[in-house]
Ligand binder design. Structure first.
Ligand SMILES: NC(=O)c1ccc[n+]([C@@H]2O[C@H](COP(=O)([O-])OP(=O)(O)OC[C@H]3O[C@@H](n4cnc5c(N)ncnc54)[C@H](OP(=O)(O)O)[C@@H]3O)[C@@H](O)[C@H]2O)c1
Length: 313
């Protein structure tokens, strides 16, 4: 069956990659939204406003609603739990109820931070055991999304990197700091699966095509220490890796307790779709190869997505 897609949070790192992947597949993108950062062709939406979420679904009648929208700032969530819960839990559940009542399937993006990081290689069968507010919000939202409709998809991802308008993700931060010759302290005792965002988007599209439902871990193929990943990124981008200072997590000032070994097992998604998670070197290589063209590419999406091409930057 052909889908008609609505992307809530289309201006973000994951949302923008989803738009590229669905456009490349010639799937109909009915609309995509932003929240604060106005962008040509995107519609404004605050998902805390349930009436506006419902109005959007009634207007565009999507069969699939992707929700990469969130407040993903872990420290901000820790310091402002009530404010961020209204977005990450209440806002998510507004979308889940609207999807249920309009017969649309929902794709919710969750996180490795639903786990405590004591074990590593968590499977979809492992019970969530968050140790910070962001993780608690994600775990609660996951349950609500699946309770609203078991056909919904919950995709847990981790350390997403790729091109984006604001250099927020880890790889772009490394590029920004090291290219100015600034040293950067990086955790030497945190292990996770960095995820190339275009690979996450391709796998998401494949899962939607298969009408998969439930929880899937969609992360990069490699479990790697954060400092080692940073060093490989520096090498790939021709930057001085000696500026990366290996540092114990406990010495990196943060108000948030963070999981140390939050790697995720990807056996379930590998068995479900032909599109597989890729490793760090392939992800970085693909990111570099996209460098000269990604802005042009994002601006020259064919119809109907031309109307949602980003104009920021
Ligand atoms: N990036 C990662 O490494 C990572 C890892 C694990 C899980 N995740 C999860 O994956 C999802 C996507 O992350 P991301 O990195 O793409 O985030 P992002 O780049 O910060 O994008 C977030 C998107 O949500 C929108 N948004 C924020 N508040 C909103 C609200 N109240 N109502 C409607 N839209 C709102 C933003 O719009 P404006 O920009 O216009 O404000 C933006 O389009 C999130 O659920 C995140 O928790 C991400």
């Amino acid at each position: 069956m052909e889908h008609k897609v609505l992307v809530i949070g289309g201006t973000g790192l994951v949302g923008n990659a989803l738009l590229r992947a669905w456009t490349a597949r010639r799937t109909e993108v009915a609309a995509a939204t932003y929240h604060c950062h106005s962008s040509g062709g995107f519609l404004q939406l605050d998902m805390q406003d349930e009436a506006r979420v419902r109005a959007l679904l009634c207007r565009f009648k999507p069969t699939v609603v992707a929700l990469p929208a969130a407040n993903p700032f872990v420290d901000y969530c820790e310091l402002h739990p009530e404010e961020t819960r209204k977005v990450n839990v209440d806002g998510t559940l507004n979308v889940a109820r609207a999807c249920r009542d309009n017969g649309a399937r929902m794709i919710f993006f969750s996180s490795d931070y639903v786990f405590d990081g004591l074990k590593g290689l968590y499977t979809e069968e492992d019970a969530p055991c968050p140790i910070n507010e962001y993780g608690r919000q994600k775990a609660e939202a996951e349950s609500g999304v699946l309770a609203a409709d078991p056909r919904n998809l919950v995709l847990r991802t981790s350390g997403a990197y790729g091109w984006q308008w604001e250099p927020k993700n880890f790889v772009l931060q490394i590029c920004a700091r090291l290219s100015k010759g600034e040293p950067m302290r990086v955790a030497a005792d945190v292990r996770y699966n960095p995820t190339y965002v275009e690979n996450l988007a391709e796998i998401t599209v494949a899962l939607v095509d298969k009408a998969a439902g439930g929880i899937f871990h969609v992360v990069g193929a490699e479990e790697i220490v954060r400092h080692e990943f940073a060093a490989r990124a520096a090498r790939a981008f021709g930057l001085d890796e000696k500026l990366l200072l290996p540092t114990p997590l406990a010495e990196l000032a943060s108000p948030t307790p963070r999981p140390q070994e939050s790697s995720l097992c990807t056996d379930k998604v590998r068995a479900a779709v032909a599109s597989h998670p890729i490793g760090v070197d392939e992800g970085l290589r693909r990111m570099l190869a996209m460098a000269p063209s990604w802005r042009i590419y994002a601006r020259s999406l064919p119809d109907p997505a031309a109307k949602i091409a980003p104009t920021r930057g």
